[in-house]
Ligand binder design. Structure first.
Ligand SMILES: NC(=O)c1ccc[n+]([C@@H]2O[C@H](COP(=O)([O-])OP(=O)(O)OC[C@H]3O[C@@H](n4cnc5c(N)ncnc54)[C@H](O)[C@@H]3O)[C@@H](O)[C@H]2O)c1
Length: 512
């Protein structure tokens, strides 16, 4: 492995073992990159069937004009089924995508080691098994590396390149450069439970399940808020329904167990119950939602129309106040009063005694009690208050219905649908984003990867609208830390303890 950071040439043969969902996708990617590709599966005929499927996919891409006919023909011709492992002798890179079982993978790599040339690279697509543990069975564990694709492999840009304890840095460099040459976006990670994506994404599911468990809102409302205010492509409930609750629960369990029961990764009874009921999501016809024919579509709870209040004083020094002012201006029948700033950082004051705050990790009731205010409404975090379609709000215990409706009317007049959630600390989006960022900082703190790699991974592997680190920086790391500290104080649970790395970043940031 003398040529660090050099991709394997396209003439190098690639072998993919396991012709299931992932193996077929990886073989397609390698063939389209110009490599001769062997595909092997234990099940007789499986590799041939998969190759026929890949060729059909490639033909479809060519018909749509996404590939030249020459490139499509070359890729189709490059795919060959291997009857036995002996056929793979000339492979320079083997990517394993077989059953997720340590002993089975170890046995396969031991067989491969005996057949392949000394400079062949062995890569595993495992999503949860330690690269170090797989490599321990090999004579030369330094040539084993994790190459973790995301499903569907031809479409998802991310590849995690994972180094185990023994992995030669030059081997990791070569697969990094090779996957980049294949058009993928590689990131480097150390072999640790969940690697980057399956670890950092846990709070996206966990906080959603927590909100449902506490009755803060129902699944359809949560999904709508996370999508329409948070800017995520899918809410946690619809996404878990798509992944399958059995699969998602098993990944959570495996990460939780691998971290010796760290409560941050604790599985949820809400999800366990769905698994126990056989409500596994789309594939079983029911999950959080009912997918059976004729089942009514669940709608998000959305407040009915309210008149815009007469007196609104918006704080233009607050980004949400400024965005609301712009959005309301077009439709403003009455002039708005604006404040250049507000001493307590509020977004707005309505009818002189209702204070509107951005959620800061406290409930509206906690803010009202701390500031001695009669009526407080909190607005959940929005990815972009200038373009968000929905706002989620929480209402303090002593806030009247009239005051609540005035805030709803104000937000509606800015073109926002409004969902009133139970008065929960951090509501849905801020809580989720703060916990995602916390996990990102913790992964970096524990030397799993760089800050940049987390953001690339979460965008490319799970389609987040922006990386959690960049998002936290936009919000202000100090605000994210404060939200976590408030959640920690509220619940008294170690789950919400802030990452030491995040706290250090806040303390180390330049002072005005
Ligand atoms: N499905 C995903 O979303 C996903 C995403 C990333 C990584 N992964 C990982 O990729 C691997 C494969 O997952 P999948 O979803 O494609 O599984 P799959 O069940 O669709 O396919 C696995 C294939 O491997 C074959 N196989 C099993 N043992 C074998 C052996 N010893 N030798 C040769 N072939 C063998 C099976 O016959 C089957 O065709 C697993 O390690 C999984 O954790 C899966």
């Amino acid at each position: 492995m003398s040529e660090a950071c050099t991709a394997l040439p396209a003439s190098a043969a690639v072998a993919v073992i396991g012709a299931g969902a992932m193996g077929a996708g990886i073989a397609q990617v390698a063939a389209l990159a110009g490599h001769p590709v062997w595909l092997h599966d234990l099940r007789p005929g499986a590799a041939d069937t998969a190759i026929a499927g890949i060729r059909a996919q490639i033909d479809k891409l060519a018909t749509k004009g996404r590939l030249t006919p020459e490139r499509a023909a070359a890729a189709c011709a490059a795919l060959r089924a291997a009857g036995t492992l002996d056929d793979l002798r000339d492979a320079k890179l083997v990517v394993e995508a077989i059953v997720e079982d340590l002993e089975v993978k170890r046995a396969l790599f031991t067989e491969l080691e005996a057949r392949l040339a000394d400079d062949a690279i062995l890569a595993t697509n495992t999503s949860s098994i330690s690269i170090t543990a797989i490599g321990a069975a090999l004579q030369r564990p330094e040539r084993l590396v994790g190459l973790h694709f995301f499903n569907p492999a031809p479409l998802m840009p991310l590849v995690e390149v994972i180094a185990g304890r023994a992995t030669d840095a030059a081997v990791a460099d070569t697969v990094f450069a090779t996957s980049a040459a294949w058009g993928k976006t590689p990131v480097r990670a150390r072999s640790t439970p969940g690697f980057i994506v399956n670890r950092v994404a846990r709070p996206f599911y966990a906080e959603g399940l927590r909100l449902l468990q506490e009755g803060v809102c129902d699944a359809a409302t949560l999904d709508a808020v996370i999508r329409d205010a948070g800017g995520f492509r899918m809410g946690p409930c619809e996404l878990m329904d798509l992944i399958g609750h059995d699969v998602n629960y098993a990944v959570t369990r495996s990460v939780f167990d691998a971290y010796y029961g760290d409560p941050r990764f604790a599985p949820s009874f809400v999800q366990l119950e769905l698994v126990q009921a056989g409500h596994l999501g789309r594939k079983s016809g029911r999950g959080f939602y009912d997918y059976r024919d004729g089942a009514p579509k669940a709608e998000a709870a959305t407040a009915g129309p309210q008149p815009r209040p007469w007196r609104i004083a918006l704080n233009l020094g607050h980004p949400v106040g400024a965005a609301l002012s712009k959005r309301m201006y077009a439709s403003a029948a009455q002039p708005l009063q604006t404040l250049s700033s507000a001493a307590d950082g509020r977004i707005a004051t309505l009818d002189e005694h209702t204070a509107v705050f951005a959620s800061d990790g406290r409930s509206a009731t906690a803010i009202a009690a701390a500031l001695g205010l009669p009526a407080v409404v909190t607005i959940d975090l929005m990815l972009d208050p200038a373009t968000a379609r929905r706002a989620a709000i929480g209402v303090s215990a002593h806030c009247s219905d009239v005051a609540r409706d005035a805030v709803i009317g104000m937000l509606q007049s800015a073109g926002l649908a409004v969902s009133v959630l139970a008065d929960s600390p951090g509501l849905a989006v801020l809580r989720t984003v703060a916990m995602l960022a916390n996990e990102a900082f913790d992964a970096v703190h524990q030397q799993v990867c760089s800050l940049e790699a987390v953001d690339i991974a979460m965008r490319g592997g799970v389609n987040y609208p922006i990386g959690p680190v960049e998002w936290a920086q936009r919000i202000g790391l100090d605000r994210v830390l404060a939200a976590l500290d408030h959640l920690h104080a509220h619940y008294g649970e170690p789950r919400y303890r802030a990452s030491a790395r995040l706290r250090h970043a806040v303390l180390a940031s330049p002072r005005p």
